[in-house]
Design a protein around this ligand. Sequence first.
Ligand SMILES: Cc1ncc(COP(=O)(O)O)c(C=O)c1O
Length: 345
Amino acid sequence: MTDEIIDLFSDTATQPTRAMREAMLAAPLGDEQRRSDPTVQRLEERIAALLGKERAVLVPSATMANQIAIALHCSPGDEVLCHRSAHVLNAEGGGLAANAGVQVLPLAGERGIFDGDTVRAALRIDDPHQPISRAVVVENTSNGGGGSVWPDAAFQSVVAVCRERGLILHIDGARLFNAAVARGVSPAHWAQHGQSVQVCFSKGLGCAFGAVLALDAELEPRARRIKQRLGGALRQAGIVAAGMLYALDHHVQRLAEDHQRAARLAAALAELPGLEVSPSDTNIVFLRYLRGTAAELAQRLRERGVLVSQGGGRLRACTHLGITDQGLERAIQVFAQVLCGESAL
Ligand SMILES: Cc1ncc(COP(=O)(O)O)c(C=O)c1O
């Protein structure tokens, strides 16, 4: 291992900056569980307005936000439709079954994206043998899809089927700010069409933790009850909310820099032998190693101080607040060294 670690493993690696920590120190605090923390209230009002929803509820994590949303919308035995790469299906510990008693119908589609026709074809008929198709989850950006941003045509066709067939739409917007910055639109562009939407602050935005679930006012009391039940109601949470408010002001627009660096990384890696590089809309670059296993390449990169994640035969590199131009160029050099031999350095 070298001393200098370039951590492309995940955009969850971001840490609060000094200025964010100072904003956190200065925040007025109260008891969030009793709804008397002024900083949390300020954050919730701001996020609701930003997403075009009536209410917003602070929760500790994006996972909890998704879990609350599905438990809120569904009854045990219902069916939830989502892409087969979705975080709710693959990375929440089986929570949809355990917490909401629902089953999941995975949908196919390129880069984590499906369309209204795919949803329509998967819907159950009204028959006691079948589960009730209740909700659709759209993940934007799609993590497993390579940070892909939902195109309007696909998204609007899903919205239309949901309206037509009375399905609930939940948006897993753990990286919705990335999508908004990449497309140059407000996050409300998508969020206003879902009955619920969550945004997460512990991905590229530098916060230690914190996500917000935004929804219609009539859903808020039940959402807060489920949050309490799951142990998500907090006390002096304003200290975290202050960091999240800071991130809204200082770390959202700069996501464009992460996207530029991911594009630079993808272009540079595409020049190297033995790699297949998937296109990236935002900050996530997926790779296939054609001369060995993904685990082998990840290990060889790790030995030289570059961390990437791997799984399902692919490697994933994420750019984020903690990755500078210099660090990125160093990572590209290390890839070249590993794939072309020492002479590449
Ligand atoms: C799309 C998506 N949703 C939800 C989550 C859950 O976030 P957390 O692990 O912070 O709860 C993640 C985490 O990477 C994610 O990528």
